[in-house]
Design a protein around this ligand. Structure first.
Ligand code: HEC
Ligand code: HEC
Length: 476
């Protein structure tokens, strides 16, 4: 009796996980291509473009090039076990960043840096990408996560073979580059074109800039509240905020890496760790602040969960490291600690919130183009046999099970297929995986997950990056 009650409790208390299954061999693209090349820029951006733009003169963005890049960006075939794409860590709804402090790679392992938001990547002149600026161009950068052993884990040869094997690609390469011979160079150019196209200008900040004559930094915006205008003046005020000395040019980017004094001793050496220069230790790329309210957590290691924590840091906690930027020092050369009042802090936060632009987060131009097989909801637990779209139902038993029990996973499939069976802890750690071929009819697999600690685990049956079944295992 007691055990049954526990199982019922687990079913009631745990939230339902939503999931979408994509068909990775089918894309929905518009009949007439979306526009990526001629995205209208505000006048003040056009005026600054020369100083900011990293678009190569020899290889500018085209609509078919960025369209190909969009498909590649969301294709899970670009990861070793076909489970994640660029879009898994750079999610559109968060301005192409990740809500996790450290993103999970294809095999369940995490890195040590926070995934960067990609909006306005085009506007980093002296084009240097990553927190430590180790990638000299966007074209070089986009191939690095694919080859990174904990992110996507492919070699360039496998990448090319994978892409070449899929029937969706030859027409897209032909439209983009006039050839159906696929190379890693073209893959990198297309991905870079897509990333470089991520620019929209619909935030309240841009409404203010566009509707107010005069220099944006020093003019009161009629479209802002008094608090937002106060926050803006603090941000721009060299004596008080001085934020604009690094987060510049109306899109809040910088031409050079800086130290903002996060730590007195840096464990991650930043640019100095990548290029070996002592005067770069503890300096990091200055990220754009556009859409900053959507891209938590913050800083290279995602240490701050909220913007309020970031503002508190700039108010009270800057450290005087050897390479601290002069922009954050007092006249006496000490770390600046302006100790903002509560109303100053609230005003800075109100201003940072005016930088939110939800056009980029909802526009289909930058969305996942793969065909949706099914959008389902997670099945229940405890011996349940569940209807699953498109072809499957399954049962997991015994469930709940005791620590030393093996667990059976029975699938009723409408077709033969091969799938990855993966078991994760509730915190997302991969604890077991196997590949199994399923045949039509009943198909029973024993999972040797006998040594798991008591707790709740998630079982997923995955194929081509889609999740065909998700269930819970309760170990008592
Ligand atoms: C497993 C998660 C993960 C995946 C998958 C991933 N990224 Fe990233 N991305 C990151 C992290 C983390 C960083 C920061 C890493 C660092 O600075 O060392 C980053 C940084 C970047 C940057 C640098 C942005 C800047 O302003 O400097 C770009 C561009 C980028 N990724 C594009 C891509 C593309 C394109 C893909 C797919 C080919 C991809 N990423 C796949 C996690 C991921
Ligand atoms: C000396 C240059 C400099 C100044 C001045 C500066 N910042 Fe930054 N800012 C940086 C750097 C560099 C980073 C990234 C640091 C890291 O991750 O190690 C950063 C990160 C941030 C982030 C987090 C971005 C993200 O995507 O994680 C926010 C928010 C921010 N700054 C806001 C401000 C505000 C508000 C001010 C003014 C009070 C300000 N900054 C002043 C250089 C500066």
């Amino acid at each position: 009796m007691k055990k049954i009650k526990l199982a019922v409790l687990a079913t009631l208390v745990l939230p339902v996980m939503a999931f979408t299954v994509y068909n990775s061999n089918c894309v929905n693209l518009p009949g007439t291509s979306y526009v990526y090349k001629n995205i209208p820029f505000p006048v003040t951006v056009v005026g600054n473009l020369g100083a900011m733009d990293n678009m190569p003169t020899t290889d500018s963005t085209t609509d078919p090039g960025a369209t190909l890049g969009r498909v590649l960006f969301y294709d899970v075939s670009l990861s070793a076990n076909k489970t994640i794409s660029c879009g898994s860590c750079h999610q559109q709804k968060f301005s192409f960043s990740d809500t996790a402090r450290f993103s999970t790679g294809y095999n369940g392992t995490k890195g040590t840096r926070n995934a960067m938001a990609l909006m306005h990547a085009r506007f980093f002149k002296d084009a240097s990408f990553f927190w430590d600026e180790r990638a000299a161009t966007l074209e070089a950068q986009v191939l690095m996560p694919i080859q990174n052993p904990i992110e996507m884990g492919l070699t360039l040869d496998t990448l090319v073979a994978r892409v070449a094997a899929k029937s969706i690609y030859p027409p897209l390469f032909n439209a983009a580059f006039g050839t159906t011979t696929i190379t890693s160079d073209e893959i990198s150019r297309a991905l870079a074109q897509f990333v470089r196209s991520m620019n929209t200008f619909g935030s309240r900040w841009w409404q203010g800039v566009n509707s107010t004559p005069g220099p944006a930094a020093y003019t009161t915006f009629a479209t802002f509240t008094a608090q937002e205008n106060f926050g803006k003046s603090l941000f721009m005020d060299t004596a008080r905020g001085n934020c604009q000395s690094c987060h510049t040019k109306n899109v809040f980017v910088s031409g050079a890496a800086r130290s903002n004094g996060l730590d007195s001793i840096y464990t991650d050496l930043g640019v100095g760790g990548a290029d070996g220069q002592r005067n770069k230790i503890g300096t990091f790329k200055v990220p754009s602040l556009m859409n900053i309210a959507l891209t938590a957590p913050y800083m290279h290691d995602g240490r701050y969960q909220t913007l309020a924590q970031v503002v508190n840091f700039y108010s009270d906690s800057i450290h005087n490291t050897a390479n601290l930027s002069p922009f954050l020092k007092t006249a006496a050369g000490l770390a600046r600690r302006p100790h903002y009042s509560d109303s100053e802090k609230h005003a800075l936060l109100a201003f940072l919130n005016t930088l939110t632009d939800t056009l980029i987060t909802t526009d289909p131009r930058w969305s996942n183009p793969f065909c949706v097989l099914s959008a389902g909801r997670e099945a229940g637990t405890a011996n349940a046999t569940n209807e699953l779209i498109p072809v499957l139902s399954y049962a997991i038993y015994p469930n709940p099970s005791r620590t030393n029990d093996a667990i059976n996973f029975r699938v009723i499939a409408g077709q033969n297929f091969e799938g990855n069976i993966r078991v994760y802890s509730v915190s997302g750690k991969l604890v077991y995986q196997t590949i199994h071929g399923f045949e039509i009819g009943n198909n029973l697999v024993g999972l040797p997950v006998t040594n798991l600690d008591p707790g709740i685990y998630i079982l997923q049956l995955e194929k081509d990056g889609g999740i065909l079944a998700t269930g819970r295992i309760v170990k008592q």
